[in-house]
Ligand binder design. Structure first.
Ligand SMILES: CC(C)(COP(=O)(O)OP(=O)(O)OC[C@H]1O[C@@H](n2cnc3c(N)ncnc32)[C@H](O)[C@@H]1OP(=O)(O)O)[C@@H](O)C(=O)NCCC(=O)NCCS
Length: 156
């Protein structure tokens, strides 16, 4: 069974989403809607990859960066296609593309409930950062901005 690795396109969304939904260890949310993934693919053009076997999508990796750090997300390989080096090939494609964008470091996040995923990354030589940061988030940027604006106007 051969696998082709190619860049992900918008047309891959339905099959990719199905794979993500079936993949233990992946956490999906509103950022995974069609619209949000389209924004992600546009922003990170040439950095996201799929694995295809006999015309069917069987693996994905989303890569992005902020000009300083790369981030890998949604690495998933369909059951039945695992253990054949597909994830390795996807990661290589993603990291090579990040390298071409002159990005030298890369992070990724593993869910607490995904010890298998953690063992996988450790097997490939990834390691825990020495000190973990607390990750803070503004859930709705626009709402926050409008509130910020209202407070600023109040004081000006
Ligand atoms: C983790 C996952 C992507 C691996 O995909 P895969 O295509 O089977 O991986 P590969 O065949 O490329 O394996 C690469 C190497 O990792 C090893 N490996 C695979 N799964 C492993 C695991 N759970 N723990 C330790 N090592 C593992 C393989 O034996 C192989 O080793 P080798 O090349 O040194 O012989 C796949 O199991 C998956 O989709 N899991 C669910 C989603 C997930 O957890 N993703 C990671 C989110 S952080």
């Amino acid at each position: 069974m051969s696998h082709e690795i190619r860049q992900m396109t918008f047309e891959d969304y339905d099959q990719a989403y199905r794979l993500w939904s079936q993949s233990e260890g992946l956490c999906l949310g509103d950022d995974d809607s069609r619209d949000r993934i389209e924004v992600y693919l546009r922003r990170n053009a040439g950095l996201c990859f799929v694995a295809v076997s006999e015309g069917k999508l069987v693996g994905t990796v989303l890569c992005g960066h902020d000009g300083r750090r790369g981030v890998l997300r949604h690495l998933a390989v369909m059951q039945g296609h695992r253990g054949k080096g597909v994830a390795r090939a996807l990661i290589k494609a993603g990291l090579t593309a990040l390298g071409r964008s002159n990005i030298r470091k890369c992070n990724l996040y593993v869910e607490d409930y995904n010890p298998d995923g953690l063992r996988f990354w450790e097997h490939l030589g990834w390691y825990h950062v020495k000190y973990d940061y607390r990750t803070l988030q503004i859930p709705q940027l626009l709402t926050w901005y409008l509130r910020f604006l209202a407070v600023s106007c109040h004081f000006s």
